[in-house]
Every structure is written in C-alpha cells, then in structure tokens.
Design a protein. Structure first.
Lengths: 231, 83
C-alpha cells in the first residue's frame, strides 16, 4: 500500500503547490489536488489543508473556507478516523470548523512574521510526530494571524491530554516569551485532537523538506504520517 | 423586507491588538483623553421577508454561524423595515 495525500486548494490558498511538491516530488508519495468545490474524494489516506489566505482572510481567517463544499467531506473523513493536517491557514480552517479548539488572533506585534523558528516537540507519540527523534525541530513560520488563543481551562485540558504537540522554543527547547513569534498563549504552535487524527500547526513543514533549502525537519511530519499508516 | 445591522465585538477580556495600535496612533496625534479603543465589525444586509420573527431568526443564525466567532466575539443586531 502506498498512502495517498489529497491537498485542498481553496481560492486564495498559496502553499498548496508547496505541500504537493514536498509530498510528491521530494518524498515521492502519491498526492493529488482537490478543489474546494469538489463534493467528494475516494481512496485518499491523508488530507492536507494548506497555507495561504483562503477567501482573502475576509471576516476572519478560515471563516468562509470552512463552509466550502469539500469541508463537509473532510469533516466526515476526520470523524471516521482519517488523517487531516492543517498547516497555517489550514490550521485556522480547522479551528473555525470546530475540529480543533481555540481561535487565531492578529500577531501581538501586529507584524507579519516570516522566519525559521524552533519547535519543542511536546508529544512525539502521535501519527504526525512519531518519526521525530530530537527534542526540537527547525521549521519556518510565515503568518500575520498566528496568535493562538483559547481560555485557560481549555489550555489546561489540552495539556492534560497531551494535545499540545509543538511549542515555540529556543534551539535547545527552552519555552519562553522571547521565543514566541506571535504571542500565542502558552507558546502553542501546534495541537492535535483527542483521537489523534487531526493536527493543526502554524509553522510550515512543507517548506522545510527539500534538501536544497538546507533544512529538512519538515520531512519528519510527512514521514511520521506515512509510517503510522503503514503500521 | 428588513434591513439588518449587525455589530460584532471582541469580548472585553480578549486582547485587541488593532485597537491597541489605533490608540497608540491617537496618542501620537495628541488625543490624550482616548481610552480603551476596541475595533469590531459593522455588517449590514437585507433580509427578503416581511415576517419579522423569521428575519430575526435568520439574522441570529447567520451571525452565530458565520459573522462572529463565539469563542472570542459577541454580536448584537437590529432590524429596520424597508420597502
């Protein structure tokens, strides 16, 4: 069995080709694009909601994409245990759709942030992280609204259930305000649902896959997914 | 037909970076008395029915489902009868 990825293109997605390139050309997995108006898909093992500015970020990030025809199928797919990865705008869409708790606000600095950052891997026992052997990974962020917010009760719950997968940190894994690029509560960079089949993350693993970029930690995410599906 | 006006506001406990930035601008302009700037959304649209109850229900659902995010925003609305 060769796992197959489906990458959803919404109007305004701009990292769909990056995700396709990473999965298909760099890692040599099967992948296909899905259009937001498609009302179904078959024989796919993983759905990626890519980064970008779906519907121009109108109203709120991800708010309108969440009602695209394909999202109903994605919700069903997730409900039946299918693997769904939301990256950046894809994460925002997962929040709006209620698959993951919380919401995104404008970065505390009010500035768009675009740089390589380190993530402390808080949980490497998930289908998205099991191939990660180090404490931290280096992956770029590029967003204006990545300031994750939820109430303190939900944060405590996420912590208790090991649902916080990544936190912004130093290279050695020190989690502090200094290493928080956007003001996210509790330095949260990525979370997973309780069933561990839906993950959202602000950093872009697809932009840290091709060795020509001299950073390849993003590969771990896709390799973990495939490893999980094959076992 | 009714004209609906919806105002979406961030909850008072939620940080409003845009409001904060606008207020910094206000201070630079010398508006020293400006306090607690909060930026929200003003949305208007028509509802094509003469049944006020039905119009109310639709505006409420639209506001809850799409126009506001219940995690961090509240909304209020009013309806005006139009010809």
């Amino acid at each position: 069995m060769k796992p197959k990825f489906g990458i959803v293109t919404f109007p305004g997605s701009n990292c769909d080709y990056d995700a396709f390139y990473a999965v298909k050309k760099v890692l040599n997995y099967d992948a296909q694009f899905l259009w937001h108006k498609d009302d179904g898909f078959d024989n796919l093992d993983v759905i990626i909601l890519p980064g970008g500015f779906s519907y121009g970020d109108y109203l709120r990030t991800g708010a309108i994409a969440r009602f695209s025809p394909i999202m109903e199928k994605v919700l069903n797919f997730a409900e039946n245990g299918g693997i769904v990865l939301g990256i950046c705008n894809g994460f925002q869409i997962l929040l709006e759709s209620g698959l993951l708790p919380g919401t995104m606000q404008v970065n505390e600095s009010l500035k768009f942030v675009c740089k390589d950052i380190y993530l402390k891997v808080e949980n490497n026992d998930t289908p998205f992280t099991r191939a990660i052997k180090s404490d931290t990974i280096k992956i770029p962020v590029k967003h204006g609204e990545g300031n994750y917010y939820t109430d303190t009760k939900t944060v405590a719950e996420l912590e208790k259930n090991d649902q916080i997968v990544f936190r912004y940190s130093s290279k050695t894994g020190k989690v502090s305000k200094e290493h928080n690029p956007n003001g996210s509560i509790s330095n949260i960079a990525g979370i997973i649902n309780k069933k561990q089949n839906v993950m959202g993350m602000m950093p872009h693993p697809e932009n840290a896959c091709d060795p020509v970029l001299r950073k390849t930690d993003g590969q771990y995410i896709f390799k973990s997914i495939v490893e999980s599906l094959l076992n | 037909m009714y004209k609906a006006t919806v105002i979406v506001k961030r909850r008072p406990t939620i940080l409003d970076p845009q409001g904060k930035a606008a207020e910094q601008g206000a201070k630079l302009l010398g508006f020293d008395n400006v306090l607690n700037t909060r930026i929200g959304k003003y949305i208007e649209f028509n509802i094509d029915t003469d049944d006020e109850k039905a119009a109310e229900k639709e505006v409420k659902e639209y506001s809850e489902k799409l126009l506001s995010n219940p995690i961090m925003e509240d909304f209020e609305f009013h309806l005006d009868k139009v010809e």
